[in-house]
Write a protein that binds this ligand. Structure first.
Ligand code: ZN
Length: 258
């Protein structure tokens, strides 16, 4: 019987029968895994209140015999996400990021880059290093970049002319083309998204280099709003799924921003 050990972030948990929990975790070493935590609901002795969403743990688990689910054997807490847990908007952002990871990543495939990004974003959110909205821009830009889905922002996604050579200051977005379009190219339908040139440059800056530096990009309220609207349309479109947690995030943000 093979035992595996790894740092892991709890992406979600659900009840399984009267006694057990099923956890979906992102491990640093082996990617996404589904694990059963036997008797975790009945007894808190083995896992004393630590198997919570967005917590970072160090886990030991094993393959069960046959093709059954992997079994969680031990877990120790590394980061609890306690501060952010009391804030429903922070929980909504964390849920959205974790759902993107669950929807897109293939189970069992090692992705230390995604692990590092998610751990960074959750820690920064928990420690109030930046607003949830800003961290969400950072997370989404880096995530789609890592997955080869980065938006085309350096040039018109239609005619390929670089934005530096274009006199205009605002761009339409064509989700199907995967980025901005210039005024000379056919515009997408009505009600479309727009980005100003300044916001485009800030998003590009955010997409590369050191995470802690990128997190310090200053957005005006209007730039933050248009960048948020853009990425929360672009990312679900290109991963081909509609995250349920994004609906929740929109509701909560709508209430808190009123
Ligand atoms: Zn063009």
């Amino acid at each position: 019987m093979t035992h595996l050990a790894s740092p892991a972030i709890v992406l979600r948990r659900r009840d399984y029968g009267d006694f057990d929990l099923i956890l979906t975790v992102l491990t640093q070493e082996h990617g996404i895994c589904s694990l059963i935590a036997k008797a975790a609901k009945k007894s808190t002795r083995r896992f004393p209140g630590i198997l919570e969403p967005f917590a970072t743990l160090h886990i030991v688990y094993r393959q069960s015999r046959g093709r059954g689910m992997q079994v969680l054997e031990e877990a120790t807490l590394e980061a609890a996400f306690t501060h952010a847990r009391a804030d429903v908007l922070k929980m909504a952002y964390a849920s959205y990021w974790c759902e993107l990871v669950v929807l897109w990543l293939e189970e069992g495939l090692a992705r230390p880059d995604v692990y590092e990004l998610l751990a960074y974003a959750l820690n920064a959110l928990n420690r109030d290093l930046a607003s949830g909205k800003l961290l969400s821009l950072l997370f989404q830009m880096r995530f789609v970049g890592q997955e080869g889905l980065r938006p085309v922002l350096e040039r018109c996604s239609c005619c390929q002319i670089e934005i530096e050579k274009l006199a205009q200051h605002q761009f339409c977005i064509d989700l199907r083309q995967g980025g901005i379009v210039c005024h000379q190219c056919p515009a997408p339908g009505a009600g479309q998204l727009r980005l100003s040139k300044g916001t485009v440059k800030q998003l590009l800056w955010m997409a590369q280099g050191d995470l802690a530096m990128a997190q310090r990009v200053r957005f005006s309220p209007s730039a933050l709003a248009e960048a948020t609207q853009f990425l929360e349309a672009f990312v679900p479109y290109h991963i081909g799924r509609a995250p349920k947690s994004l609906v929740f995030l929109h509701q909560i943000r709508g209430q808190t921003e009123q």
